[in-house]
Design a binder for this molecule. Structure first.
Ligand code: HEM
Length: 396
């Protein structure tokens, strides 16, 4: 019987897109295996696709933050803090029925139809940033010039957050997601972001504008709940798609023969990039009662760490899973999670990627890497690229 004594995070040398080798080996041997957590808890790690999906679909596995244990210790964190309950409005860290209330209020604003209506605006914002990038070039950091600002403008417009305040709220979001900042600083990031969003929603209550935050002030959510859920939406909208666009561009620049396939069928290509890169590599749940999964009995109170990246590379689910194949049908991958907490912003993310990525490679057909990118460390909850130097040949 396999037993991990620590959750592996280091990516294999040579391919920064692959899951840690220990997780790949474990999936073949024992897709539901025991793991000792930092602090001594005896819990589980799930690496198989079917098993991970089953856990996510089963509400006997809780998302309540106060029940979870961290599968890995963050650098600089000597003491493992007891997890506090989720902040008010943080719907990711609560279960039904409390979770259902938030979900019902938000789901109508993020439907496929609503997000497709944004296609034209994403195209405009993309074109503006590509033009600005050309002016800056012929060598830029693609993260700063393109991958970060395009989703940032979109989420600001959707929520009703002034883009001019970007430096302020971006600082708080960077802090709260930071893998290496001390716990107090991360906490300060959350508090400051909530204060910022809190002030915004109070202003919207007094004088509504045409955006989601204003719409939400017409619901039964309190100001505190609005600040919490608004902060979650803003942070998720800023930090996820930007990393997916940047990391996706990096992998394509390393395998440029794939770029025509992206241009030919952006929908399929984006889905495969989501599966292959699985930037949301890890998820955690705790059993509320004894449950059997993959032949193992997980006891009430035990924490289960789901390696979404290992699951998305499971050969039992995807043929040649370690190959980036932009023509395959990768639909059904677990990058957006599964079950009641499945990503609320996934259609927005898809529209942003399907529009912006082909536009980038069409506008800059000679785009190439101009140095080593700085990759995020494995222990950062969302994987990605911090900076990505690129250059192109001027054609004018
Ligand atoms: C490539 C981009 C994205 C990825 C890979 C991603 C991934 C995920 C995953 C894995 C979850 C499930 C967490 C869990 O089960 O505990 C989630 C939830 C969530 N995501 Fe995303 N996300 C992305 C973009 C976005 C965007 C743009 C938004 C902004 C609106 C967003 C908002 C949310 C929210 C509000 C939740 C919580 C849903 C709930 O608890 O019911 N995400 N996301």
């Amino acid at each position: 019987m396999s037993h991990l004594t620590e959750f592996p995070l280091a990516r294999p040398a040579g391919c920064p897109f692959d899951p840690p080798a220990a997780l790949t080996e474990l999936r073949a041997e024992e897709p539901v295996a025991r793991m000792t957590y930092p602090g001594g808890h005896e819990g589980w790690v799930v690496t198989g696709f079917a098993e991970a999906r089953t856990v996510l679909a089963d509400q006997r596995f809780s998302s309540r933050q106060e029940l979870l244990r961290m599968p890995y210790r963050m650098p600089g964190m000597d003491e493992l803090p007891e997890m506090p309950p989720a902040a008010v409005g943080d719907m990711t860290g609560i279960d039904a029925p409390e979770h259902t209330r938030f979900r019902k209020l938000l789901v109508g604003s993020f439907t496929v139809r609503r997000m497709r209506q944004l296609t034209e605006r994403v195209a405009q914002v993309t074109a503006e940033h590509l033009a600005a990038m050309r002016e800056l070039g012929p060598e830029v950091d693609l993260v700063e010039a393109f991958a970060h600002p395009v989703p940032a403008v979109m989420i600001c417009e959707l929520l009703g957050v002034p883009y001019e305040d970007r430096d302020t709220f971006q600082r708080y979001v960077t802090l709260l997601f930071s893998a290496d900042a001390p716990a107090e600083e991360r906490y300060e990031g959350i508090v400051k972001l909530q204060e910022y969003v809190g002030q915004l929603v109070v202003a919207k209550r007094a004088e509504p504008t045409d955006d989601l935050f204003s719409d939400l002030t017409a619901t039964d959510l309190t100001d505190e709940e609005l600040a919490g859920v608004g902060s979650l939406l803003l942070a998720a909208g800023l930090d996820t798609t930007a990393n997916q666009i940047a990391l996706g561009s990096y992998v394509l620049l390393r395998q440029p023969e794939q770029i025509p396939l992206l241009l030919n069928d952006p929908d399929a290509a984006v889905e495969e990039l989501l599966r292959y890169l699985t930037i949301t590599h890890t998820n955690v749940r705790t059993a509320l009662e004894d449950v059997e999964i993959g032949g193992q009995v997980i006891r009430a109170g035990e924490t289960v760490t789901l390696s979404l990246q290992a699951a998305n590379r499971d050969p039992l689910r995807f043929d040649n899973p370690d190959e980036l194949d932009l023509t395959r049908s990768a639909i059904g991958h677990l990058t957006f999670g599964h079950g009641i907490h499945q990503c609320l912003g996934q259609q927005l993310a898809r529209v942003e990627m399907r529009v912006s990525m082909p536009a980038l490679f069409t506008a800059f057909p000679t785009l190439r890497l101009a140095g080593e990118p700085t990759l995020r460390p494995g222990h950062q909850s969302i994987y990605g690229v911090q900076s990505l130097p690129v250059s192109w040949e001027e054609t004018r």
